[in-house]
Design a protein around this ligand. Structure first.
Ligand SMILES: [Fe+2]
Length: 376
């Protein structure tokens, strides 16, 4: 059992959907979640200072931190392993995304680090590493490594729909990883080992800061709503790529089958920071429930625009060979940039966290950090 993660689980609704008629609310302040996939964080986790010896700088006021002179493999093999990895998890959750250049970590070690970050930060016992529904059986690096490759992309992979004619806006790809799963990702990491001379940057955005830009009235309104996340386009993609969709358990007993659809609260609480964030994304969120389609379209477009048009809640990362990015998918979104023609490739691992829930008594990021918020 991790040192600072308490084993007591917070009370969640007795059902997968807090707003469904069959859902019995155990704690009135908690909406959403699932009793089979609850966080083990009884309260937010404090940073203990174990990474203070490593120089770092923040890339923007809101999001992004880069550590220098730190090999994450040293943490994996260090004497203070669990405390340092938990502190790294807290840093990732608070800063949204952490970057490290020139990493010697192997795909196998990436799996170990990602799983450790998730476990030490209190993920449910039922959550492991995700197996992407499009990952081929018997793939070279194992089920839990997604190979990110420009060659695969050319065959029509992922959210950019490069073989379709839906959009040519670069911002069409803003998403949160695998939010179509009932138990989506907490931490994920990507290491790029092959990259073009220029281009291929990745952007991340803070869903916490999106929440902070809403009026109190809109915050309260959205806290009462759920949204449907849907990745059915993977079914078509799986047949185009010529290998079957992974229908068995994908890292959690709750993630299986080919519905590729989940309902989550529109506003969720990150158990590690205790901060609220907006949890909808352009890639997978199709519908806000309980309102008309017109209202849903209006609200989703407004929330997507808050992500896309506010470059002061984004960070843009220029990759170098063997750079590593580790982010918290619960409260951040990200978007790739397809502005290159040369080969670009890397390895991604995603761990599963808790079934998303909202603790209505949790705070916004700016509120927790005592930063000024806009007055209304
Ligand atoms: Fe992604």
């Amino acid at each position: 059992m991790p040192l600072s993660v308490q084993s007591e689980s917070i009370g969640l609704t007795n059902g997968s959907d807090p707003f469904a008629a069959h859902g019995q609310t155990l704690h009135p302040n908690i909406r959403g979640g699932n009793v089979q996939a609850q966080t083990r964080c009884a309260k937010s986790i404090a940073y203990s200072g174990s990474l203070d010896m490593y120089p770092h700088h923040d890339l923007t006021p809101v999001i992004g931190r880069e550590y220098m002179d730190l090999q994450v493999t040293d943490l994996l093999m260090g004497l203070d392993r669990d405390r340092q990895i938990r502190d790294l998890a807290v840093n990732i959750s608070q800063r949204g995304v952490v970057f490290l250049r020139d990493q010697d970590i192997s795909p196998t070690q990436m799996r170990e680090l990602c799983e450790s970050l998730s476990v030490l930060a209190g993920c449910p016992e039922s959550s492991g590493l995700h197996i992407h529904p499009l990952t081929e059986e018997g793939s070279e690096l194992g089920d839990q490594i997604s190979v990110i490759s420009s060659e695969k992309q050319k065959r029509g992979g992922g959210l950019t729909h490069q073989l379709s004619d839906t959009s040519r806006y670069a911002s069409v790809g803003w998403h949160t990883d695998i939010s179509f799963e009932r138990v989506p990702s907490d931490y994920a990491m990507l290491k790029i080992h092959t990259l073009p001379p220029t281009g291929g940057d990745t952007l991340w955005a803070s869903g916490c800061d999106v929440y902070d830009r809403l009026s109190p009235a809109m915050q309260v309104f959205l806290e009462g709503l759920t949204a449907t996340h849907d990745a059915k386009f993977f079914l078509e993609e799986s047949s185009r790529l010529g290998h079957p969709l992974r229908k068995g358990q994908r890292g959690s007993p709750l993630n299986y089958g080919d519905s590729l659809t989940a309902t989550h609260p529109v506003i969720r609480t990150n158990p590690v920071t205790g901060w609220k964030s907006v949890y909808v994304n352009k890639g997978f969120t199709k519908r806000i429930n309980g309102v008309t389609k017109d209202e849903s379209d209006l609200l989703l477009n407004y929330l997507f625009n808050l992500v896309i048009q506010n470059h002061d809640l984004q960070v843009r990362w220029k990759w170098s060979k063997d750079a590593l990015a580790i982010w918290d998918n619960r409260s951040q979104l990200h978007c790739a940039t397809y502005d290159y023609i040369e080969a670009r490739a890397g390895d991604r691992v995603a761990a599963l966290g808790e079934a998303p829930y909202l603790d209505v008594n949790s705070k916004s990021r700016r509120e927790a950090l005592n930063q000024a918020t806009t007055r209304f």
